[in-house]
Write a protein that binds this ligand. Structure first.
Ligand SMILES: C[S@@+](CC[C@H](N)C(=O)[O-])C[C@H]1O[C@@H](n2cnc3c(N)ncnc32)[C@H](O)[C@@H]1O
Length: 261
């Protein structure tokens, strides 16, 4: 059930946040081709111009103001955003959001944050939220790395889920894989003590890459089991079709971590 007062407050907050972000991004300096190239970060995604259906467009118009988080330079205050204090579970690159919505419905006492860059996926997810009438999900449409760096407070997340990240299978593209040592250090900063990082991939070479980075990290220790609460997505099916064994693991932040805030 939606509380209209809370929704109106959120709309107002989103409008203010959008304005302040716009103000922040207007720079008086004209970037040169050289400086632009130098500053461009290596991204783990390519923005595809996928077809957005009429339903997804309606969702972006009508539901985004309720569940979407506007771009802003400021850190998110989770208790205010969800109007309650509860563990926050982040899903990075949620695709069409089927898993995110299913997990949120299965854990109504937890708060769920989803980050995805692909507009049709965000629209689809909003339609699923509407269909399931759940109010414990908020969505950001932006690069998850930048969101983690700029908007997620340290030690605020109870769990981070990364399911079937883009494998970037060509060797020359491995630098685009989202799981890198610096990304893992960033996650350790954002997770609470004993916070969980849960990963699944259908790509054996990416699994080796992740396993290597995680075992070299002083911030995480491997858990004997991973949580069994995600649903099967088309990527599970794709892995099986390609003859790959899907690989799934979880770690938690540990005491030997030397993270200083
Ligand atoms: C292979 S798909 C998997 C989708 C979903 N997790 C699933 O299992 O169905 C990877 C998704 O991650 C998203 N993605 C990749 N890098 C991202 C980033 N830095 N920030 C947000 N989303 C990202 C892509 O747009 C894509 O939808």
């Amino acid at each position: 059930m939606h509380d209209l007062g809370a929704i109106r407050d959120r709309l107002r907050h989103n409008a203010i946040s959008t304005l302040s972000f716009a103000a922040m991004t207007v720079s008086k300096e004209k970037p040169t081709a050289k400086s632009t190239l130098k500053q461009r970060p290596i991204r783990s995604f390519v923005l595809r111009t996928g077809r957005t259906t009429a339903g997804q467009r309606r969702a972006m118009r009508e539901l985004w103001p309720l569940y979407g988080i506007a771009l802003s330079p400021t850190e998110i205050e989770f208790d205010k955003l969800f109007t309650r204090a509860a563990p926050v579970i982040l899903e990075i690159g949620f695709g069409n959001g089927d898993n995110l919505v299913s997990m949120a419905c299965g854990a109504p006492k937890d708060n769920f944050l989803g980050i995805e860059v692909h507009e049709p996926g965000v629209g689809h997810c909003l339609l699923r939220i509407e269909a399931r009438q759940t109010d414990n999900i908020r969505i950001i449409r932006d690069d998850a790395v930048e969101v983690l760096q700029n908007r997620i407070p340290n030690k605020s997340l109870s769990r981070v889920n990364l399911f079937f990240p883009d494998p970037w299978h060509k060797k020359r593209h491995h630098k685009r894989r989202i799981v890198q040592p610096a990304f893992i250090t960033l996650l350790a900063q954002k997770l609470k003590q004993r916070g969980i990082f849960h990963v699944a991939t259908d790509w054996p070479n990416y699994a080796e890459h992740i396993a290597g980075i995680m075992s070299a990290s002083d911030d995480f220790e491997a858990l004997p089991d991973f949580p069994a609460d995600r649903i099967t997505t088309r990527f599970d099916t794709r892995g099986k079709r390609l003859g790959h064994d899907n690989w799934e693991r979880a770690w938690c932040t540990c005491n030997k971590s030397r993270i200083v805030y």
